[in-house]
Design a protein around this ligand. Structure first.
Ligand SMILES: N[C@@H](CCC(=O)N[C@@H](CS)C(=O)NCC(=O)O)C(=O)O
Length: 103
């Protein structure tokens, strides 16, 4: 739980996914990472397939059962469907721009 907290609080845009942004291992993770990239996000990704402990505990931390999971500024935004919807409405670009603004 401490490691998950450190990840989500250590970067403005965090995507827990299956595989990597370059080599996604699941269609949902692929779509979410593509939408984030298109929205201009600098994605900090965590490959849950390589980290069974995070894979097992993240759903309890976030109260969200599946992957991918997107966090912006430490807050759960949702999975693939929500990420793509936010991208299509233009809201995702606004959110990542705001989150990545230098302090
Ligand atoms: N509707 C979901 C779809 C995500 C989904 O169904 N993910 C599955 C397949 S990758 C999952 O995480 N299953 C549980 C697991 O693999 O631990 C979304 O918007 O993210």
């Amino acid at each position: 739980m401490d490691r998950i907290k450190a990840e989500v609080e250590g970067h403005p845009v965090v995507l827990f996914m299956k595989g990597t942004v370059q080599f996604p291992m699941c269609g949902f993770s692929s779509r979410a990472s593509q939408a984030l990239k298109a929205a201009g996000a600098q994605i900090h990704s965590v490959n849950v397939l390589e980290d069974p402990e995070i894979r097992a505990n993240l759903p309890r931390y976030s109260d969200w059962p599946t992957f991918p999971q997107l966090f912006i500024n430490g807050e759960l935004i949702g999975g693939c469907d929500i990420t793509v919807e936010l991208f299509e409405s233009g809201e995702l670009a606004r959110m990542v721009t705001e989150a990545q603004k230098p302090a």
